[in-house]
Design a protein around this ligand. Structure first.
Ligand code: LLP
Length: 466
């Protein structure tokens, strides 16, 4: 729950912002200027839009605890914008907890979801709990609870349940039914009751998966309904619950967390999620919870996705019998989603390039809007066939030097960037009320070898796990 520091009441009008920002809604002139100033590939993240997205979530779920799933975008500027808007932080690793703490998410606004947590992550979080005793650890296995207890932790715990149903934009991100996540649904009540003997059990949690679109709301509703039932059973146990002769002791829950997963439209003509309708369906499915028990949600993508674009420059144009290949300076190392999930990202040609024959228009090429649409494959510089942002998509006939904006890239974009092929990670600019600041500098070639040059023999902390 947002602690009572008054930040949750925002001055902006809730619910009045457009439900989606399309790639065509960005100020093309501004993007061209930013690319000229900072080079490409370049991420641009609009903090105003991050705040608007937070506002819409808070407006749709006014009584819920809204926790930002930090993994979608961990940049400091984004975290501070989200904190300022009044959301809590849900973290997936010690690194994310560290970033969230640095961005001011202390106390009860900090949630750590431990998935097969490495020993050093648990050590870090148990240590952090000394100074932040109101943080909550969500554990998805009894083993994880044991490992917390072994470290002397007896603080706030939430039990992650495998609800047996899931949803999401791709099988690789449907978590709800995957055995990896959470205590199996039929054992969850027992696990929570046992945990309550060792910890302060404050919640139960389930996450359906990521990128749920309007067609998948039935499984979302099913998950929420199961969680509501489980919460009531824990708070007011039925007479035959538990092994003890007098029945099971009630577990004093503060919240039921039904995870994130709210989808955003990537295709230009896809409708946005009707958030108020999703909220109404969620409330109906969870059914009345006992007084004092809150609903909690953990959106990541919804907060950050349409607040970001990736700018990339065309450096090679190659006509082939089937399509024109536009070679660009960003690749799967900058934005992995198309290669990993066959994810669709809208692409807009902002022009500025020069045709080979130099014949057309002011810059040698006419404005993209005036060019004929042609099948284009936008491919990056990585030596893998999968390194393409789109294939055979009808786009304005590309010219060398054109700037392309790859839209809806603000969530799981920079976060999943890598240095594969020894490519430095791109720069990122944060736009706030018209002011642009470098949020993450472009990596240099030196950054690629820094960890080799800085390593000392035996100094990598290779302690044994337990
Ligand atoms: N809560 C938990 C426990 C999660 O694991 C996740 C995402 C979320 C909340 C937030 O889900 P969201 O609201 O962002 O859908 N890299 C993939 C997405 C992986 C999401 C993993 N977990 C992608 O680019 O589509």
């Amino acid at each position: 729950m947002s602690d009572g520091d008054g930040e949750r009441e925002s001055t902006t009008d809730r619910g009045e912002d457009p439900p989606v920002r399309r790639v065509s809604d960005w100020d093309a002139e501004r993007l061209r200027d930013l690319a000229a100033e900072h080079g490409t590939p370049l991420y641009v993240q609009g903090l105003d839009r991050v705040r608007e997205n937070c506002e819409r979530l808070l407006a749709a779920f006014p009584d819920a605890d809204v926790r930002y799933a930090v993994k979608a975008h961990t940049g400091r500027a984004v975290l501070e914008a989200v904190r300022g808007a009044g959301l809590d932080a849900e973290c997936a690793s010690a690194g994310e907890v560290d970033r969230a703490l640095a961005a001011g998410f202390g106390g009860s606004r900090l949630h750590y979801t431990a998935v097969n947590p490495p020993a050093r992550d648990l050590d870090y979080v148990v240590d952090a709990a000394e100074t932040e005793p109101d943080l909550t650890v969500t554990a998805g296995a009894v083993d994880t609870l044991d490992r917390l207890a072994e470290r002397g932790y007896d603080g706030r715990v939430c039990v992650r349940v495998n609800p047996g149903v899931g949803a999401g934009h791709h099988e690789k991100v449907r978590t709800g039914g995957a055995a990896k996540f959470g205590v199996p649904h039929d054992r969850a009540a027992e696990a929570a009751r046992e945990a309550a003997e060792r910890f302060d059990v404050v919640g139960i949690h389930a996450h359906p998966g990521s990128g749920i679109d309007p067609d998948q709301l039935d499984s979302h509703r099913e998950l929420v309904a199961r969680m509501g039932d489980l919460a009531r059973e824990l708070i007011e146990p039925s007479e035959d619950a538990g092994d003890a002769p007098g029945g099971a002791d009630p577990v004093d829950l503060e919240y039921v967390d039904v995870g994130g997963g709210f989808g955003v439209p990537y295709e230009e003509d896809a409708p946005p999620l009707d958030l108020p309708a999703v909220a109404a369906a969620t409330r109906e499915a969870v059914a009345p919870l006992p007084a004092g028990v809150d609903l909690a949600i953990e959106p990541g993508r919804y907060v950050a996705a349409d607040a970001g674009v990736l700018l990339t420059r065309v450096n090679t144009v190659k006509p082939t019998p089937t399509e024109t290949v536009a070679g660009v300076d960003a690749g799967m190392t900058d934005l992995l989603r198309p290669a990993m999930y066959d994810a669709y990202h809208p692409i807009s040609n902002l022009g500025g390039g020069r045709k080979r024959d130099g014949s057309d228009g002011e810059n040698g090429a006419s404005a993209p809007a005036e060019r004929e649409a042609t099948p284009v494959t936008v491919a990056g510089p990585i030596c893998e066939t999968g390194d393409a942002f789109c294939r055979n998509r009808a786009l304005a006939d590309p010219a060398r030097g054109d700037l392309l904006a790859v839209g809806v890239a603000g969530a799981y974009g920079y976060e999943m960037a890598s240095q594969y092929n020894s490519r430095p990670r791109p720069a990122e600019v944060a736009l706030d009320d018209g002011t642009a600041t470098i949020a993450r500098r472009r990596e240099a070639l030196d950054d690629l070898t820094a960890v080799e040059r800085e390593s000392t023999p035996g100094g990598d902390g290779a302690e044994a796990d337990r």
